[in-house]
Design a protein around this ligand. Structure first.
Ligand code: HEC
Ligand code: HEC
Ligand code: HEC
Ligand code: HEC
Ligand code: HEC
Ligand code: HEC
Length: 432
């Protein structure tokens, strides 16, 4: 076989091989964008500590059963349904769900509508794996743990993989060059090789079609999620400047919502309490006596809680001298607002809570179980209107509107008087 032809074929197959490699890299990368479904142990652990640890232990019964190895007793689908909404699963007549509910004497487990399938898979992965002792010091539960950013390991893996493959391509190009030299052809430097390689890829129709399709798909997916997200912030759950927990306050310590959100009953806004309200209790509770719900030990080893310190810092309370610092200018705590209707819409809390008798939880979900508040409802126009179509006006014991309600009763003789019948669908009622 003539030398030249052999070289040509050889070089050609090398190019082909290198091209194939790049295909693979790209395919992997695009997969990485769409399929981040690997259960994430760190995330699972964090979510478990935040949401489940108050009632479950891995190895022992607490309020609920021990969760280690639960994936062996139950199917993944069942677990997802149970954890997201165990009440609904029980109501659907599911035998396993009703059996375990009965076994635990009808103790009700919280629903977690905001956990995604992947979140739940991560929690289950954590209950299967447990605490690996090598994972270093476990930070104190709560504040520190929830503030730590969750690392995205899959991206790191992809980058490493891509760099290895690139190195491999470079290596192949060098081998090809050496082969050329052996065959007495003119050798080229790496730069020329890479240029040649890129040109080859650009000229390769199949490759370009593939690359274009990947790019277009990726763009469409990004656009789609962006459009879906516009205006709808359901499940929005920012980290707040102080690790204030509704679960601790409204749940465990049963502080009434109105103690802190007092204006909800009589004004448009519900409002966020000022640091003064916090000080009613935190002048005495500085965190040194707080015990960790999991280990049962003093959470800060008898020191003040750094989170409660932030309240003192905001209001100028000198915890050593137990006085307010004179002439201190209060720095309001910058709570991040979660619920926010656009300016064009008018919503009034008092009208719903006091006149309508609607519970906070109907719109805000089980706030008393949330360590961090998230937006439970869509807050879209459709959401307001649906409820107005379905909800009956409280006509009993509502002196405020007695006269109007009597007229309505006469008009709708025996029919349900829903909010739409009192004008709840009129544009002008909700729009300025
Ligand atoms: C308020 C207490 C409470 C919280 C919080 C809670 N659970 Fe439960 N869980 C229970 C109880 C009680 C049961 C037993 C069934 C029943 O009585 O409803 C249970 C049962 C379960 C079961 C079924 C166990 C089995 O053996 O089949 C799973 C799985 C489970 N919980 C997972 C979770 C996960 C995951 C979380 C956190 C996201 C969580 N639970 C948070 C109280 C709780
Ligand atoms: C001890 C005081 C306190 C109590 C009791 C309390 N809250 Fe709050 N609430 C706060 C503070 C502080 C914030 C702002 C920080 C945050 O979002 O967690 C807040 C935020 C909220 C938000 C989100 C506001 C936004 O930014 O859109 C809602 C909704 C809410 N509370 C509802 C409730 C409900 C419902 C209850 C009763 C079950 C309740 N709260 C009990 C202090 C309290
Ligand atoms: C009615 C009393 C009361 C009010 C009002 C109150 N708290 Fe608390 N707070 C408590 C109790 C009780 C605990 C839990 C102590 C324990 O776990 O032993 C607590 C715990 C905390 C913790 C957890 C500390 C830690 O490091 O674990 C933070 C943070 C906190 N409160 C912030 C606030 C803020 C901010 C406000 C005002 C918006 C506020 N609290 C209002 C009673 C109150
Ligand atoms: C009918 C549904 C509904 C009910 C019931 C309801 N809320 Fe709201 N809440 C909303 C909407 C909608 C917003 C957003 C308002 C805005 O952006 O103007 C909101 C906002 C809030 C905020 C943020 C601050 C503000 O005033 O905008 C807090 C805090 C809050 N609600 C607490 C409560 C509490 C506490 C209760 C019970 C006493 C309650 N809500 C009952 C729908 C409701
Ligand atoms: C959970 C059910 C529910 C949701 C969700 C709800 N509403 Fe209402 N709304 C009511 C009830 C009940 C009344 C009647 C109150 C009364 O008796 O005056 C009412 C009354 C009103 C009224 C007064 C109507 C009239 O003719 O007097 C306005 C305005 C209003 N709602 C605006 C809104 C807006 C804006 C939203 C969405 C951001 C919303 N509502 C979401 C239940 C709801
Ligand atoms: C019960 C309250 C309510 C009534 C009645 C109502 N709207 Fe709305 N509307 C809203 C709320 C809340 C929003 C904001 C929704 C969002 O941000 O997604 C909104 C948003 C809108 C928008 C902005 C586009 C959008 O989807 O964000 C338009 C336009 C609008 N409404 C028109 C109307 C017209 C016309 C009527 C009468 C037929 C009407 N609305 C009746 C509550 C209401």
């Amino acid at each position: 076989m003539p030398q030249a032809t052999f070289m040509k074929q050889n070089a050609f197959s090398l190019r082909r091989f290198a091209g194939l490699l790049l295909f693979t890299v790209l395919a992997f990368t695009s997969l990485g964008f769409s399929a981040q479904a690997e259960p994430d142990l760190e995330l699972g652990k964090k979510l478990y500590k935040q949401n489940c640890a108050s009632c479950h232990k891995l190895d022992k019964k607490l309020v609920g059963p021990a969760l280690a190895g639960v994936s062996q007793r139950r199917s993944e689908q069942w677990l997802i349904q149970w954890i997201r909404n165990n009440a609904a699963l029980r109501a659907s007549g599911d035998a396993e769900a009703n059996a375990i509910f009965a076994e635990y004497g009808g103790s009700v487990m919280t629903n977690f509508p905001s956990l995604s399938d992947d979140d739940i898979r991560s929690i289950i992965a954590y209950t299967d794996a447990g605490d690996a002792p090598a994972a270093g010091a476990v930070p104190a539960a709560g504040a520190a743990a929830s503030a730590a950013p969750v690392e995205d390991n899959s991206l790191v893996t992809l980058i490493i993989l891509a760099s290895f493959l690139t190195l491999f391509v470079v290596l192949l190009l060098r081998i090809r060059n050496t082969l050329k030299q052996v065959n007495g052809e003119q050798s080229t430097n790496l730069r020329q090789d890479l240029d040649g390689f890129t040109k080859l890829l650009i000229r390769n129709k199949r490759f370009m079609t593939f690359a274009t399709v990947v790019l277009v798909l990726w763009f469409l997916q990004a656009l789609y999620s962006y459009l879906l997200g516009i205006g709808v912030e359901q499940n929005y759950q920012p980290h707040q400047p102080i690790a204030f927990s509704h679960k601790v306050h409204a749940g465990q310590n049963k502080v009434d919502c109105n103690y802190c959100h007092s204006s909800a009953r009589h004004s448009k806004h519900s409002g966020i309490p000022s640091a003064n309200v916090c000080m009613n209790c935190h002048m005495y509770i500085d965190g040194s006596e707080i015990t960790d719900s999991i280990t049962g030990q003093l959470k800060y080893g008898g020191e003040r809680s750094p989170e409660i310190e932030k309240i003192y810092e905001a209001i100028g309370w000198d915890a050593e001298k137990r006085t307010y610092t004179e002439g201190y200018e209060e720095k309001p705590i910058k709570w991040i607002r979660i619920h926010n209707l656009p300016d064009l819409a008018y919503f009034n809390h008092a009208q719903h809570v006091t006149a309508g008798g609607v519970e906070c939880q109907t719109c805000h979900g089980p706030v008393e179980t949330m360590d961090e508040v998230y937006q439970y409802s869509e807050l879209t126009m459709g959401w307001c209107i649906n409820c107005h179509r379905e909800t009956e006006v409280k006509t009993e014991s509502n002196g405020y509107y007695a006269e109007m309600h009597d007229k309505l009763k006469a008009k709708y003789q025996g029919e349900k008087i829903t909010v739409d019948k009192i004008g709840g669908l009129e544009c002008g009622k909700c729009h300025y």
